[in-house]
Design a protein around this ligand. Structure first.
Ligand code: ADP
Length: 704
């Protein structure tokens, strides 16, 4: 019963733990997944939030600056949109787009070298016309003549165009110089005349004089333009860059060409920039000058990339201008798979937008990944809807959409496969726990099974022992009864006749057999009482030697003349030793031991020895010793069990119930004593009853 309940309880307990653990695991795995997708959502939100801010800032930049430029009068320095500040505050806004209300792309400019302020060609043209109108015909003719003298006589094949083969005459040159000097005084021919003089000085290898002339040109005619729409101030700067030594004049010129506010015709600007940069070859640059040059080149590169973007935006322009709404939205660029265009319409109908490259978006998203996750190898990836992030060395953790802002893209969180997978790690840990629980369950079940099998075997054994017991007891009862009946009948029939001696022997046999019967029945009753738990012990202080003596006397009387002799030895000092025991029960126990010694102790030459002694620990020992065959160690524990009889006892035909020693042990232990067995095969057996000694002054019953 007990093992069954224990097994059931353990199994239920373990099953409960298993179930709890199973659901906890599912919860935890779900929690980890939820944590990842929550993070992905937050990162996506951070990205869209930053994009909206950047778009707003772009709109503000164009509303505040860029658009005014086209309206400004030519030549005036107008407010440029603060695009550098915009890109600094919002790195994602490095490619802003501005389309005016008429659907024209205003920014980025198609001109790779356009400065923030573009020239206003119409006004340049007007200036040109007015200058041509003002040109005095006589002076104009003189200027042309001087120019011809300067060029000189050209080879016939060059036709009318002056070329490298032309050769001026010294006279011609001095005439030209005189004409230029005269013309330089007038406002209409002044700039060209000064340029002509400068050319003559350079041809005569007098750069200082040429520089002075360029400076005069810049001073007097800065706001005038030449026939190609080029400002004389710029031409003077270019001239100075050519004739003056050092890098400074070249840098001054480049600065004006790239970042300055002087309007320059588009076609000419690239050519001039190229030419002036070429002048730097062989000139020494200071450190600060180098830095400035790098800055200018960067600016040029940005303008060029903006121009490239502008060129590629050509196809997107119409759909962008058509579909823009006040609400910001994104769409993939037509020309480039990795580019996204984010745009919205401003209240005045213009459209502001941002060109976003996928790697830039990814960097933006990556910055939104918390440091802790980043340390665990988590990265943000931006992919087209429908693409999988779970590829190669990347393990996809979760993904989230960017919402209507970037409907064609998804954000995914990935982790390097070399890093431990949080879910897999958890599953591994958990499965170890499950394994342990399952192991525990199996162990409990196996133990339960073993206990059940052993229980069943014990039950079978008990049943067998009981049936043996019934047959032996019947036999044990029958033998003395038969004797008693037989001798009583013989006495009744007068078989003894007048033989008094014979008659006395018959009586004696009847008495002895009755006493044996009595002992047997007393044992059976005792056993029954012990089993029911109703056996009471009447413990009183007794002299141990007296108890042993009574047992020996009774045994001798029972056997009178039969079997071995029984000796009693009381050790010195143990004579008066007292023990608190139930005398009758203890005598009966000793009688059982004596009867066993006689039954199994064999040989008549060796007396059975009963001894009383005080042991070192204060215990009083009552021992029964025989010199019989002894008992093997393996049997020592078993022979004290109820109904157990050694196989040798059966085979030798010794009668018995298997109850004697069990009762001895029960009785003695119930009185606070212990039973010891000292025996080996071939060396006899000594059974000792040990009781704690009672104080000597305790009242002692007189010996029976
Ligand atoms: P029973 O004597 O009725 O068989 P017991 O309980 O008295 O039952 O003894 C149990 C077994 O112990 C005996 O069957 C016998 O094999 C063994 N035994 C008991 N006393 C001795 C002894 N003095 N020498 C050898 N074997 C003994």
């Amino acid at each position: 019963m007990f093992p069954a309940a224990a097994v059931l309880a353990s199994a239920v307990g373990i099953a409960y733990l298993g179930a709890v653990s199973y659901f906890a695991d599912r919860g935890m795995v779900a929690a980890v997944a939820e944590q990842h997708s929550g993070l992905a959502r937050r990162v996506a939100e951070a990205v869209t939030g930053e994009l909206r801010l950047a778009l707003d800032a772009t709109a503000a930049a164009f509303e505040g600056g860029g658009r005014d430029a086209s309206d400004a009068p030519s030549g005036e320095k107008t407010a440029a949109p603060p695009l550098d500040a915009l890109a600094a505050a919002h790195p994602i806004a490095s490619q802003p787009i501005f389309i005016d209300a008429d659907g024209r792309l205003v920014h980025p400019s198609l001109d790779p070298t356009a400065s923030a302020v573009d020239s206003a060609p119409d006004q340049e043209f007007m200036a040109l016309l007015s200058r041509a109108a003002r040109l005095d015909p006589a002076r104009s003719a003189l200027l042309q003549g001087a120019r011809r003298q300067e060029i000189g006589i050209c080879p016939a094949e060059s036709g009318t165009a002056p070329g490298p083969g032309c050769r001026p005459t010294p006279r011609g040159l001095s005439e030209a110089r005189r004409a230029y000097a005269r013309l330089a005084r007038h406002r209409d021919t002044g700039p060209e005349a000064l340029l002509g003089l400068a050319r003559l000085e350079r041809a005569a290898e007098r750069p200082a004089q040429a520089a002075a002339l360029y400076r005069e040109l810049a001073r007097r005619f800065a706001d005038q333009v030449d026939g190609d729409g080029m400002r004389y101030s710029l031409l003077a700067l270019i001239g100075l860059a050519e004739v003056e030594p050092g890098a400074a004049p070249v840098l001054d010129c480049l600065r004006e060409l790239i970042a300055g506010s002087t309007p320059v015709p588009r076609a000419a600007r690239a050519l001039f920039i190229e030419h002036v940069r070429g002048l730097l070859a062989g000139r020494h640059l200071e450190r600060a000058q180098e830095a400035e040059l790098a800055g200018l080149e960067r600016q040029l590169a940005q303008a060029q990339s903006a121009a490239r973007l502008a060129a590629r935006l050509a196809d997107d322009l119409a759909p962008l201008a058509r579909s823009a709404e006040p609400e910001a939205r994104g769409r993939p660029a037509l020309g480039a798979a990795d580019r996204t265009l984010l745009y919205r319409r401003l209240p005045d109908g213009a459209v502001v937008g941002l060109a976003l490259e996928r790697p830039e978006l990814e960097r933006l998203a990556d910055r939104a990944v918390p440091a802790r996750e980043r340390q665990a190898g988590v990265r943000a990836v931006v992919l087209a809807v429908g693409d999988s992030a779970d590829a190669g060395s990347a393990r996809a953790l979760a993904s989230a959409s960017f919402g209507p802002l970037l409907p064609h893209l998804n954000l995914a969180l990935v982790q390097d496969r070399s890093r431990p997978d949080a879910v897999a790690e958890m599953v591994r840990q958990r499965s170890r726990r499950h394994l342990a629980l399952t192991g525990g369950l199996v162990a409990v079940l196996v133990l339960g099974l073993v206990a059940t099998i052993r229980g069943a075997a014990r039950e079978r054994e008990l049943a067998r022992l009981k049936s043996d017991f019934v047959s032996t007891v019947s036999h044990e009862l029958k033998t003395p009864l038969t004797s008693i009946r037989m001798f009583a009948e013989m006495l009744q029939q007068g078989v003894a006749g007048d033989d008094r001696e014979r008659e006395r022997r018959y009586h004696e046999i009847i008495v002895k057999e009755s006493e044996r019967l009595g002992l047997l029945i007393a044992n059976l009753l005792d056993y029954a009482q012990i089993e029911r738990g109703t056996r009471r012990y009447l413990r009183r202080p007794e002299r141990a030697a007296d108890v042993a003596r009574e047992a020996v006397t009774t045994f001798a009387r029972l056997r009178e003349g039969e079997g071995q002799a029984v000796s009693l030895e009381v050790a010195r000092g143990a004579e008066d030793a007292q023990v608190a025991i139930d005398r009758e029960v203890t005598v009966q126990a000793l009688l059982n031991l004596l009867s066993n010694a006689a039954k199994y102790g064999g040989d008549e030459h060796h007396a059975i020895e009963v001894s009383v002694a005080a042991r070192d620990g204060g215990a009083i020992e009552l021992a029964v010793r025989d010199r019989g065959p002894g008992i093997p160690k393996a049997e020592h524990e078993r022979i004290f069990r109820e109904f157990y009889r050694a196989p040798t006892a059966y085979s030798a035909g010794v009668e018995g119930t298997g109850l004697g020693l069990a009762l001895v042990k029960r009785h003695v232990e119930a009185q606070g004593g212990a039973v010891e067995l000292d025996s080996e095969p071939g060396r006899g057996a000594t059974f000792s009853l040990l009781f704690p000694a009672s104080p000597a002054d305790a009242p002692v019953e007189p010996p029976a």
